[in-house]
Design a protein around this ligand. Sequence first.
Ligand SMILES: [Zn+2]
Length: 377
Amino acid sequence: MDFSGTERRHSVASSIYNYLYRSTSFCSRQSLARELGLSMPTVYQNLSKLMELGLVCESGEQLSTGGRKVSGLSIVPQVRTAVGISVTEHYLRFVASDLLLNELAYRQLSINAGVIFSGSGKLLSESLERFLDDSGIDRERLLGVGIAIPAVMSPDVRHITAAPTLHLRDTSLEGLAGQIPYPTYIENDATCGGYAEWFERSGVGDMAYLSLENGVGGAILFDGRPYLGNNRRSAEFGHMCVEPGGLTCTCGKQGCLESYCSPRRIQNTFGVTPEDFFSTIERHGPGYQEYSALWENMLRHLAIGINNIRMALDCDVVIGGRLREFLPPYLPRLKEYVSGIDPFGSGADYLQLSALRRHAVPLGVALHFVVDFINQI
Ligand SMILES: [Zn+2]
Protein backbone atom coordinates (compact mmCIF):
# COMPACT_ATOMS: atom_id res chain seq x y z
CA MET A 1 0.00 0.00 0.00
CA ASP A 2 1.25 3.45 -0.80
CA PHE A 3 0.88 5.50 2.33
CA SER A 4 2.93 8.58 1.59
CA GLY A 5 3.03 9.79 5.20
CA THR A 6 5.40 8.96 7.99
CA GLU A 7 6.02 5.52 9.43
CA ARG A 8 3.99 6.55 12.48
CA ARG A 9 0.96 7.38 10.33
CA HIS A 10 1.43 4.09 8.47
CA SER A 11 1.29 2.04 11.64
CA VAL A 12 -1.70 3.99 13.04
CA ALA A 13 -3.65 3.46 9.81
CA SER A 14 -2.73 -0.19 9.99
CA SER A 15 -3.92 -0.57 13.59
CA ILE A 16 -7.19 1.26 12.80
CA TYR A 17 -7.76 -1.01 9.80
CA ASN A 18 -6.94 -4.15 11.77
CA TYR A 19 -9.21 -3.09 14.63
CA LEU A 20 -12.12 -2.53 12.23
CA TYR A 21 -11.31 -5.78 10.41
CA ARG A 22 -11.62 -7.85 13.60
CA SER A 23 -14.49 -5.88 15.14
CA THR A 24 -17.88 -7.56 15.34
CA SER A 25 -19.71 -4.69 17.05
CA PHE A 26 -20.54 -1.06 16.18
CA CYS A 27 -17.43 1.14 15.77
CA SER A 28 -17.40 4.94 15.56
CA ARG A 29 -14.58 7.49 15.39
CA GLN A 30 -15.07 8.07 19.11
CA SER A 31 -14.83 4.37 20.01
CA LEU A 32 -11.74 3.97 17.81
CA ALA A 33 -10.03 6.88 19.61
CA ARG A 34 -10.96 5.41 22.97
CA GLU A 35 -10.03 1.78 22.24
CA LEU A 36 -6.77 2.54 20.45
CA GLY A 37 -5.72 5.45 22.70
CA LEU A 38 -5.59 7.96 19.82
CA SER A 39 -6.53 11.63 19.60
CA MET A 40 -9.57 12.54 17.49
CA PRO A 41 -7.47 14.49 14.92
CA THR A 42 -5.25 11.41 14.47
CA VAL A 43 -8.30 9.20 13.97
CA TYR A 44 -9.82 11.64 11.41
CA GLN A 45 -6.54 12.01 9.51
CA ASN A 46 -5.88 8.27 9.18
CA LEU A 47 -9.49 7.37 8.45
CA SER A 48 -9.65 9.82 5.58
CA LYS A 49 -6.56 8.17 4.08
CA LEU A 50 -8.13 4.69 4.46
CA MET A 51 -11.37 5.99 2.92
CA GLU A 52 -9.55 7.57 -0.02
CA LEU A 53 -8.02 4.17 -0.72
CA GLY A 54 -11.51 2.64 -0.60
CA LEU A 55 -10.58 0.36 2.28
CA VAL A 56 -12.96 1.75 4.92
CA CYS A 57 -16.46 3.23 4.65
CA GLU A 58 -19.22 4.73 6.76
CA SER A 59 -21.79 2.13 7.74
CA GLY A 60 -24.99 3.22 9.45
CA GLU A 61 -25.64 5.37 12.50
CA GLN A 62 -26.34 4.84 16.18
CA LEU A 63 -27.38 7.21 18.97
CA SER A 64 -24.54 8.02 21.37
CA THR A 65 -25.10 8.09 25.14
CA GLY A 66 -25.52 11.88 24.81
CA GLY A 67 -28.36 11.35 22.31
CA ARG A 68 -26.34 12.52 19.28
CA LYS A 69 -26.12 10.47 16.10
CA VAL A 70 -22.69 8.93 15.48
CA SER A 71 -21.58 7.26 12.23
CA GLY A 72 -20.42 3.67 12.20
CA LEU A 73 -17.33 2.53 10.34
CA SER A 74 -16.43 -0.73 8.68
CA ILE A 75 -13.91 -2.11 6.24
CA VAL A 76 -14.91 -2.64 2.61
CA PRO A 77 -14.47 -6.40 2.11
CA GLN A 78 -15.10 -6.42 -1.64
CA VAL A 79 -12.27 -4.00 -2.44
CA ARG A 80 -10.04 -6.98 -3.20
CA THR A 81 -10.68 -10.62 -4.17
CA ALA A 82 -8.68 -13.82 -3.82
CA VAL A 83 -9.28 -17.11 -5.58
CA GLY A 84 -8.62 -20.56 -4.15
CA ILE A 85 -8.51 -23.76 -6.19
CA SER A 86 -8.69 -27.18 -4.61
CA VAL A 87 -7.40 -30.07 -6.71
CA THR A 88 -8.61 -33.57 -5.84
CA GLU A 89 -8.56 -36.91 -7.65
CA HIS A 90 -11.82 -36.25 -9.51
CA TYR A 91 -12.61 -32.55 -9.07
CA LEU A 92 -11.33 -29.01 -9.43
CA ARG A 93 -13.09 -26.64 -7.02
CA PHE A 94 -12.85 -22.89 -7.48
CA VAL A 95 -13.88 -20.33 -4.92
CA ALA A 96 -13.64 -16.54 -5.05
CA SER A 97 -13.49 -14.79 -1.69
CA ASP A 98 -13.56 -11.22 -0.44
CA LEU A 99 -11.31 -9.88 2.34
CA LEU A 100 -13.56 -11.35 5.06
CA LEU A 101 -13.52 -14.82 3.49
CA ASN A 102 -17.11 -14.44 2.30
CA GLU A 103 -17.67 -16.72 -0.65
CA LEU A 104 -18.40 -14.67 -3.81
CA ALA A 105 -18.52 -17.51 -6.32
CA TYR A 106 -18.00 -21.27 -6.41
CA ARG A 107 -17.61 -23.85 -9.16
CA GLN A 108 -16.89 -27.56 -9.21
CA LEU A 109 -15.52 -29.24 -12.35
CA SER A 110 -15.07 -32.96 -12.95
CA ILE A 111 -11.50 -33.71 -13.99
CA ASN A 112 -8.88 -36.37 -14.00
CA ALA A 113 -6.16 -34.96 -11.76
CA GLY A 114 -3.47 -36.76 -13.79
CA VAL A 115 -4.25 -34.44 -16.74
CA ILE A 116 -3.78 -31.33 -14.57
CA PHE A 117 -0.31 -32.43 -13.48
CA SER A 118 0.91 -34.01 -16.71
CA GLY A 119 0.02 -31.12 -19.04
CA SER A 120 1.49 -27.66 -19.40
CA GLY A 121 -0.92 -26.07 -16.92
CA LYS A 122 -3.11 -24.84 -19.80
CA LEU A 123 -6.24 -26.67 -18.64
CA LEU A 124 -5.99 -25.16 -15.16
CA SER A 125 -5.40 -21.61 -16.41
CA GLU A 126 -8.23 -21.85 -18.99
CA SER A 127 -10.65 -23.19 -16.37
CA LEU A 128 -9.64 -20.36 -14.04
CA GLU A 129 -10.23 -17.67 -16.69
CA ARG A 130 -13.67 -19.11 -17.46
CA PHE A 131 -14.51 -19.11 -13.74
CA LEU A 132 -13.42 -15.45 -13.43
CA ASP A 133 -15.44 -14.47 -16.53
CA ASP A 134 -18.59 -16.34 -15.54
CA SER A 135 -18.44 -15.07 -11.94
CA GLY A 136 -17.84 -11.45 -12.98
CA ILE A 137 -14.65 -11.20 -10.91
CA ASP A 138 -12.77 -7.96 -11.58
CA ARG A 139 -9.18 -9.01 -12.41
CA GLU A 140 -7.88 -5.59 -11.34
CA ARG A 141 -8.94 -6.42 -7.78
CA LEU A 142 -7.61 -9.97 -7.79
CA LEU A 143 -4.84 -10.40 -5.23
CA GLY A 144 -3.82 -13.87 -6.36
CA VAL A 145 -4.73 -17.48 -6.93
CA GLY A 146 -3.98 -20.19 -4.36
CA ILE A 147 -3.85 -23.85 -5.30
CA ALA A 148 -4.37 -26.55 -2.67
CA ILE A 149 -3.31 -30.10 -3.44
CA PRO A 150 -3.50 -33.30 -1.36
CA ALA A 151 0.23 -33.87 -1.42
CA VAL A 152 3.40 -33.87 0.59
CA MET A 153 5.65 -31.41 -1.23
CA SER A 154 9.37 -30.71 -1.23
CA PRO A 155 10.46 -27.91 1.14
CA ASP A 156 10.85 -25.51 -1.83
CA VAL A 157 7.33 -26.47 -3.10
CA ARG A 158 8.77 -27.30 -6.55
CA HIS A 159 7.69 -30.90 -6.65
CA ILE A 160 5.33 -33.41 -5.08
CA THR A 161 7.10 -35.97 -2.93
CA ALA A 162 4.01 -38.14 -2.56
CA ALA A 163 0.31 -37.74 -3.27
CA PRO A 164 -1.29 -41.18 -2.75
CA THR A 165 -4.88 -40.08 -3.45
CA LEU A 166 -3.74 -38.53 -6.77
CA HIS A 167 -1.57 -41.59 -7.53
CA LEU A 168 1.46 -39.31 -7.93
CA ARG A 169 5.00 -39.50 -6.61
CA ASP A 170 8.08 -37.37 -7.38
CA THR A 171 6.12 -35.11 -9.74
CA SER A 172 7.26 -31.63 -10.78
CA LEU A 173 5.00 -28.68 -9.90
CA GLU A 174 6.82 -26.31 -12.25
CA GLY A 175 4.14 -26.34 -14.95
CA LEU A 176 1.07 -26.39 -12.72
CA ALA A 177 0.67 -22.62 -12.25
CA GLY A 178 3.02 -21.60 -15.07
CA GLN A 179 0.29 -20.21 -17.34
CA ILE A 180 -1.67 -18.35 -14.66
CA PRO A 181 -1.00 -14.61 -15.14
CA TYR A 182 -1.64 -13.70 -11.47
CA PRO A 183 0.40 -14.24 -8.31
CA THR A 184 0.11 -17.89 -7.31
CA TYR A 185 0.71 -19.91 -4.17
CA ILE A 186 0.65 -23.68 -3.70
CA GLU A 187 -0.07 -25.40 -0.38
CA ASN A 188 -1.08 -28.76 1.07
CA ASP A 189 -4.88 -29.11 1.22
CA ALA A 190 -5.21 -30.02 4.90
CA THR A 191 -2.93 -27.14 5.91
CA CYS A 192 -5.31 -24.83 4.00
CA GLY A 193 -8.37 -26.34 5.69
CA GLY A 194 -6.76 -25.81 9.09
CA TYR A 195 -5.80 -22.25 8.24
CA ALA A 196 -9.38 -21.40 7.20
CA GLU A 197 -10.70 -22.98 10.38
CA TRP A 198 -8.29 -21.01 12.54
CA PHE A 199 -9.44 -17.79 10.81
CA GLU A 200 -13.11 -18.71 11.30
CA ARG A 201 -12.48 -19.20 15.03
CA SER A 202 -11.27 -15.56 15.19
CA GLY A 203 -7.64 -16.61 15.26
CA VAL A 204 -7.57 -17.58 18.90
CA GLY A 205 -5.24 -20.15 20.48
CA ASP A 206 -3.26 -23.13 19.25
CA MET A 207 -4.94 -25.85 17.30
CA ALA A 208 -4.46 -29.24 15.66
CA TYR A 209 -6.77 -29.74 12.70
CA LEU A 210 -7.62 -33.29 11.69
CA SER A 211 -9.10 -33.53 8.20
CA LEU A 212 -11.11 -36.68 7.48
CA GLU A 213 -11.12 -36.79 3.68
CA ASN A 214 -10.18 -39.78 1.51
CA GLY A 215 -6.68 -38.66 2.31
CA VAL A 216 -6.59 -38.08 6.07
CA GLY A 217 -4.28 -35.23 6.99
CA GLY A 218 -4.14 -32.14 9.09
CA ALA A 219 -2.47 -28.96 10.16
CA ILE A 220 -0.86 -27.67 13.32
CA LEU A 221 -1.32 -23.96 14.01
CA PHE A 222 0.57 -22.27 16.79
CA ASP A 223 -0.64 -18.72 17.28
CA GLY A 224 -1.93 -18.61 13.71
CA ARG A 225 1.25 -19.86 12.10
CA PRO A 226 1.25 -23.30 10.54
CA TYR A 227 4.00 -25.48 11.96
CA LEU A 228 5.33 -27.24 8.85
CA GLY A 229 8.20 -29.32 10.23
CA ASN A 230 11.68 -29.91 8.83
CA ASN A 231 10.38 -31.57 5.65
CA ARG A 232 6.90 -29.98 5.37
CA ARG A 233 5.49 -33.27 6.67
CA SER A 234 4.04 -32.13 9.97
CA ALA A 235 0.48 -33.11 10.85
CA GLU A 236 0.46 -36.15 8.55
CA PHE A 237 -1.96 -37.57 11.08
CA GLY A 238 -3.39 -39.99 8.51
CA HIS A 239 -0.19 -42.02 8.56
CA MET A 240 0.10 -42.44 12.32
CA CYS A 241 -0.10 -46.16 13.02
CA VAL A 242 -3.22 -46.93 15.05
CA GLU A 243 -3.24 -50.73 14.49
CA PRO A 244 0.13 -52.47 14.02
CA GLY A 245 -0.13 -54.99 11.17
CA GLY A 246 -3.60 -53.66 10.34
CA LEU A 247 -5.31 -52.59 7.11
CA THR A 248 -3.10 -51.60 4.17
CA CYS A 249 -2.94 -47.86 3.57
CA THR A 250 -2.56 -45.89 0.30
CA CYS A 251 1.00 -45.11 1.47
CA GLY A 252 1.85 -48.83 1.31
CA LYS A 253 2.22 -49.32 5.07
CA GLN A 254 -0.20 -51.05 7.40
CA GLY A 255 -2.48 -49.82 10.17
CA CYS A 256 -2.47 -46.09 9.35
CA LEU A 257 -5.29 -43.90 10.70
CA GLU A 258 -6.23 -43.10 7.09
CA SER A 259 -6.89 -46.75 6.29
CA TYR A 260 -9.36 -46.90 9.22
CA CYS A 261 -11.06 -43.49 9.27
CA SER A 262 -11.42 -42.13 5.75
CA PRO A 263 -14.71 -41.99 3.82
CA ARG A 264 -12.95 -44.20 1.26
CA ARG A 265 -13.15 -47.11 3.74
CA ILE A 266 -16.97 -46.86 3.73
CA GLN A 267 -17.01 -46.75 -0.06
CA ASN A 268 -14.58 -49.66 -0.42
CA THR A 269 -16.34 -51.86 2.14
CA PHE A 270 -19.98 -51.37 1.16
CA GLY A 271 -19.90 -49.46 -2.15
CA VAL A 272 -22.09 -46.67 -0.74
CA THR A 273 -21.60 -42.96 -0.19
CA PRO A 274 -21.19 -41.59 3.37
CA GLU A 275 -24.68 -40.03 2.97
CA ASP A 276 -26.26 -43.45 2.30
CA PHE A 277 -24.11 -45.11 4.98
CA PHE A 278 -25.16 -42.76 7.79
CA SER A 279 -28.79 -42.49 6.75
CA THR A 280 -29.04 -46.31 6.75
CA ILE A 281 -27.59 -46.45 10.27
CA GLU A 282 -29.93 -43.73 11.52
CA ARG A 283 -33.13 -45.24 10.12
CA HIS A 284 -32.05 -48.86 10.78
CA GLY A 285 -32.29 -49.62 7.05
CA PRO A 286 -31.21 -52.89 5.39
CA GLY A 287 -27.68 -53.81 6.43
CA TYR A 288 -27.54 -51.30 9.25
CA GLN A 289 -25.97 -53.77 11.69
CA GLU A 290 -22.94 -54.33 9.42
CA TYR A 291 -22.72 -50.57 8.81
CA SER A 292 -22.91 -49.86 12.55
CA ALA A 293 -20.15 -52.39 13.27
CA LEU A 294 -17.84 -50.71 10.76
CA TRP A 295 -18.65 -47.26 12.13
CA GLU A 296 -17.94 -48.45 15.66
CA ASN A 297 -14.55 -49.73 14.49
CA MET A 298 -13.88 -46.39 12.75
CA LEU A 299 -14.78 -44.42 15.89
CA ARG A 300 -12.53 -46.60 18.09
CA HIS A 301 -9.53 -46.02 15.80
CA LEU A 302 -10.36 -42.34 15.41
CA ALA A 303 -10.27 -42.04 19.22
CA ILE A 304 -6.75 -43.54 19.28
CA GLY A 305 -5.61 -41.05 16.63
CA ILE A 306 -7.16 -38.10 18.47
CA ASN A 307 -5.61 -39.17 21.76
CA ASN A 308 -2.17 -39.47 20.10
CA ILE A 309 -2.46 -35.93 18.73
CA ARG A 310 -3.52 -34.59 22.13
CA MET A 311 -0.70 -36.41 23.94
CA ALA A 312 1.90 -34.97 21.54
CA LEU A 313 0.61 -31.39 21.27
CA ASP A 314 -1.64 -30.68 24.29
CA CYS A 315 -3.88 -28.27 22.35
CA ASP A 316 -7.44 -28.21 20.94
CA VAL A 317 -8.12 -30.87 18.32
CA VAL A 318 -10.61 -29.79 15.64
CA ILE A 319 -12.11 -32.30 13.19
CA GLY A 320 -12.90 -31.17 9.66
CA GLY A 321 -13.17 -32.70 6.21
CA ARG A 322 -15.80 -34.84 4.51
CA LEU A 323 -16.78 -36.94 7.56
CA ARG A 324 -17.19 -33.91 9.84
CA GLU A 325 -20.76 -33.23 8.75
CA PHE A 326 -21.89 -36.69 9.88
CA LEU A 327 -20.21 -36.58 13.29
CA PRO A 328 -22.50 -34.43 15.52
CA PRO A 329 -24.74 -37.32 16.69
CA TYR A 330 -21.65 -39.42 17.48
CA LEU A 331 -19.51 -36.77 19.17
CA PRO A 332 -20.50 -37.75 22.77
CA ARG A 333 -19.55 -41.39 22.06
CA LEU A 334 -16.29 -40.36 20.40
CA LYS A 335 -15.42 -38.17 23.41
CA GLU A 336 -16.19 -41.08 25.72
CA TYR A 337 -13.79 -43.36 23.78
CA VAL A 338 -11.08 -40.68 23.75
CA SER A 339 -11.48 -40.06 27.50
CA GLY A 340 -11.24 -43.80 28.11
CA ILE A 341 -7.65 -43.90 26.81
CA ASP A 342 -6.57 -40.44 28.05
CA PRO A 343 -4.36 -40.87 31.14
CA PHE A 344 -5.24 -37.32 32.22
CA GLY A 345 -8.98 -38.05 32.04
CA SER A 346 -9.93 -34.67 30.65
CA GLY A 347 -13.42 -35.48 29.36
CA ALA A 348 -12.10 -34.53 25.92
CA ASP A 349 -13.52 -30.99 26.03
CA TYR A 350 -10.62 -30.05 23.76
CA LEU A 351 -12.21 -32.06 20.95
CA GLN A 352 -14.36 -29.97 18.62
CA LEU A 353 -15.93 -30.10 15.19
CA SER A 354 -14.88 -27.52 12.60
CA ALA A 355 -16.96 -24.34 12.39
CA LEU A 356 -16.39 -23.85 8.69
CA ARG A 357 -18.48 -26.48 6.94
CA ARG A 358 -18.21 -25.60 3.27
CA HIS A 359 -15.22 -25.19 1.01
CA ALA A 360 -12.68 -24.81 3.81
CA VAL A 361 -9.78 -25.97 1.62
CA PRO A 362 -10.13 -23.53 -1.33
CA LEU A 363 -11.06 -20.70 1.07
CA GLY A 364 -8.01 -21.50 3.19
CA VAL A 365 -5.61 -21.26 0.28
CA ALA A 366 -7.24 -17.98 -0.85
CA LEU A 367 -6.74 -16.69 2.71
CA HIS A 368 -2.98 -16.65 2.11
CA PHE A 369 -3.42 -13.62 -0.18
CA VAL A 370 -5.96 -11.93 2.09
CA VAL A 371 -3.60 -12.07 5.08
CA ASP A 372 -0.70 -10.81 2.96
CA PHE A 373 -2.79 -7.85 1.79
CA ILE A 374 -3.95 -6.93 5.29
CA ASN A 375 -0.42 -7.16 6.66
CA GLN A 376 0.75 -4.68 4.05
CA ILE A 377 -1.77 -1.97 4.94
ZN1 LIG B 1 -0.39 -44.54 5.51
